[in-house]
Design a binder for this molecule. Structure first.
Ligand SMILES: C[S@@+](CC[C@H](N)C(=O)[O-])C[C@H]1O[C@@H](n2cnc3c(N)ncnc32)[C@H](O)[C@@H]1O
Length: 307
């Protein structure tokens, strides 16, 4: 329990740190995030507010949140909020908590969109497995010339994503579709960019995941068959039918799979310019490839390919 004496911001942090030491993960970062969300301030302002007393309501909320975190619930589900690039998104147990690595995937797509801006096109972007809408909404916000379609097989996730789009004033820029990967778009619909952070964890690796991921985040957002590659395989196999010639495929993958998936594309007639990018810790996490010009898998598209 939190102490009965007046609870300052500094004391609240001290208590939280002591209690969260027992929860694997990052106690300081978790404690600071909970405390700043209780106060409704950014984390940068916390030091300036160290001597301020929490109101009774803030103290009660903080106590409730710490108890939930001690039980292993992810901080973002407790506060209901997750920061992603310039967005502050609503999240709950229907969606994966958006990760910093995925901000790198968005960055890689933005670099390509910016480089090709001179074409004066309105690029069509497809986000597969949108979850909270993090990738789709960040791209819509940061590449205002793009038209974004976002697909998810989970109705619950789409409810969260649509609410985020409304809250971020981006609802008219992103179309949300319920569906099974490319099954969510028309057979002949094509895009300049297909981006996805698909589930990529092997079911057999469940026991080695941190408990706050395995026990709290949606299984359909994490696991992808016996080797973790069911979803990446499906996306890579079908993407050529939905990308224009020269179109970009951008995938987030686990560090143990990125080069393996890249090897599927290297030398395959549908792909060129296959690249794997490292994240900030030097781990290979993002795969980029361009759709090769030439006959698509679907004969219906051959006429369009030659134009
Ligand atoms: C790893 S999460 C990514 C969520 C979000 N894009 C992000 O990066 O934070 C994968 C998402 O794929 C969705 N998903 C799983 N299977 C799917 C399928 N067959 N078709 C479409 N979406 C699927 C899950 O519901 C989940 O939202």
């Amino acid at each position: 329990m939190l102490r009965a004496m007046a609870l300052t911001v500094a004391l609240a942090l001290q208590d939280a740190l002591t209690r969260l030491e027992r929860v694997p993960s990052s106690p300081r970062s978790d404690a600071e995030e909970l405390r700043s969300r209780v106060l409704g301030t950014g984390r940068g302002a916390l030091r300036l507010l160290a001597a301020r007393e929490l109101t009774a309501a803030q103290g009660e909320t903080f106590e409730r949140w710490l108890t939930r975190r001690e039980a292993g619930e992810p901080v973002q589900y407790i506060t209901g909020r997750a920061a992603f690039r310039d967005l502050d998104l609503a999240v709950d147990s229907r969606v994966l908590v958006p990760r910093p690595e995925t901000e790198g995937l968005v960055e890689a797509v933005l670099v390509v969109l910016a480089a090709e801006r001179t074409r004066g096109e309105m690029p069509r972007v497809l986000d597969l497995g949108t979850g909270s809408g993090a990738i789709a909404l960040a791209l819509a916000q940061e590449a205002p010339h793009a038209r974004v379609t976002a697909v998810d097989a989970s109705e619950g996730a789409l409810q969260v994503a649509r609410a985020n789009a409304e809250a971020c004033a981006l609802a008219d820029r992103v179309t949300f579709v319920h569906g099974d990967w490319f099954g969510g778009v028309a057979e002949d619909e094509r895009f300049e960019v297909v981006v996805s952070n698909p589930p990529y964890i092997a079911e057999s690796d469940a026991d080695s995941l941190p408990a706050d991921v395995r026990d709290w985040e949606p299984h359909e957002a994490l696991f992808s068959g016996p080797d973790g590659l069911d979803a990446p395989r499906e996306i890579v196999d079908t993407a050529p039918r939905h990308l224009v010639a020269g179109g970009l495929l951008a995938l987030e993958l686990s560090e143990s799979h990125a080069h393996e998936v890249a090897a599927w594309l290297e030398g395959a007639h549908d792909w060129r310019d296959v690249r794997v990018l490292d994240d900030l810790s030097g781990r290979p996490r993002v795969l980029l490839a361009r759709r090769e010009r030439g006959p698509a898998i679907a004969p219906a598209q051959w006429g369009e390919e030659r134009r």
